[in-house]
Design a protein around this ligand. Structure first.
Ligand code: TXA
Ligand code: MG
Length: 326
């Protein structure tokens, strides 16, 4: 189903970025690159635009959105930072980190964006295109990943187009993203908690905090009516093809998502894509969602996935793969 909009795709030149900011001010839906994945932006203070954003993605309105801002001063207008939150913001912003914080009393972000919670998720992206749009727009921009709800996140403008053409107004094409998995989300509660592993490795966050991050409740509890990180339902990030994890062999008819040196019977696979032949987890993250989309399009019986080490960006990669397999 489309909503019958004409979706314009523009390059990321100066004039187009100013145009993207004007489109946001008019309540339009604008997809743009961040360093993690492409986001679908709307004016965070415009409830109508946010309602249309939820509709365009097919996203349940109880799943709140991340507000993207240009700088720390803008973040402090909408959320209250305690000392650990400030330390994380100073160490990692701009960058692939989202903080969940208590809202300020006069927070201008629409209730619909925070799904009625008294907390708000905030991030300052580092991608020059995202920064230029945020600077020119001058207000917070809500931006979930620019995919149909439940699909794999987009890492190129073409991924956005294949999910959302006809449903949104504009896609700013800034080329493939750098990181490839979504931002790490830390809940700044009494004790900081890792709500979603992502593009900033846990180890770096714990080094700045000087202590371990709390673990979120298990997915089982998290699938309840009031999950702590509402978007982290286990069925998220799903390709249509069945996904088999920690594969050490290949069955006929399977396609293989490899990491490092491929399995010795890899030639039996109908297709092989290697996340990183040299076993580099950062490189693997940049390829993850694109390769999942490409292997999904082969209509194989199963995508077999080789084991991935669980440190650095491996934690986020394994998290997304577990959800894809659920
Ligand atoms: O890298 C990213 O974070 C990308 C780019 C575009 O910035 N955005 C992204 O947004 O991944 P989205 O909507 O796909 O995921 C946001 C997650 C959801 O799981 C949502 O439930 C959670 O953040 N979230 C938002 N507000 C929250 C809050 N107040 N408390 C807990 N979780 C929250
Ligand atoms: Mg998403």
């Amino acid at each position: 189903m489309t909503t019958g909009l004409t979706t314009e795709i523009s390059p990321a030149g100066e004039a187009e970025l100013a145009g993207a900011a004007r489109a946001l001010a008019e309540g339009r839906l604008v997809a743009f690159p961040t360093e993690t994945v492409y986001g679908l932006g709307a004016d965070a203070t415009n409830a109508d635009a946010i309602a249309r954003l939820y509709q365009a993605k097919g996203r349940p309105a109880f799943n709140p959105l991340i507000s993207h801002v240009a700088d720390l001063a803008a973040a402090e207008k909408i959320a209250r930072f305690d000392a650990p939150a400030l330390a994380l913001a100073r160490a990692f912003w701009p960058g692939p980190l989202t903080l969940v914080l208590p809202k300020t009393r006069d927070c201008a972000v629409a209730e619909l964006a925070t799904a009625g919670l008294d907390t708000i998720a905030i991030r300052i992206p580092s991608h020059p295109v995202a920064r230029a749009i945020l600077d020119a727009f001058g207000k917070p921009v809500v931006a979930p990943s620019a995919n149909i709800s439940g699909h794999v996140s987009p890492t190129t403008a073409q991924h956005v187009e294949s999910d959302l053409a006809g449903r949104i107004d504009l896609i700013v094409d800034g080329g493939p993203v750098e990181v490839g998995v979504e931002s790490t989300i830390v809940g700044c509660f009494e004790e900081p908690m890792l709500l979603r592993p992502g593009g900033l490795p846990r180890e770096e966050i714990e080094r700045v905090l000087g202590r371990a991050l709390l673990q979120p409740p298990s997915d089982v509890e998290n699938d309840s009516a009031q999950p702590l990180a509402p978007g982290m339902l286990s069925s998220h990030y799903a390709p249509r093809t069945r996904v088999r994890l920690n594969a050490t062999d290949i069955a006929p008819g399977e396609v293989l998502l490899a990491f490092g040196s491929p399995l010795k019977d890899a030639e039996r696979a109908a297709a092989v894509m290697n996340l990183s032949e040299r076993g580099d987890l950062n490189e693997a993250a940049t390829h993850l969602f694109g390769y999942l989309r490409a292997l999904d399009a082969r209509m194989a019986q199963t995508i077999a996935v080789m084991p991935i080490p669980n440190h650095g960006l491996g934690e986020a990669i394994n998290d997304r793969l577990r959800r894809a397999a659920a």
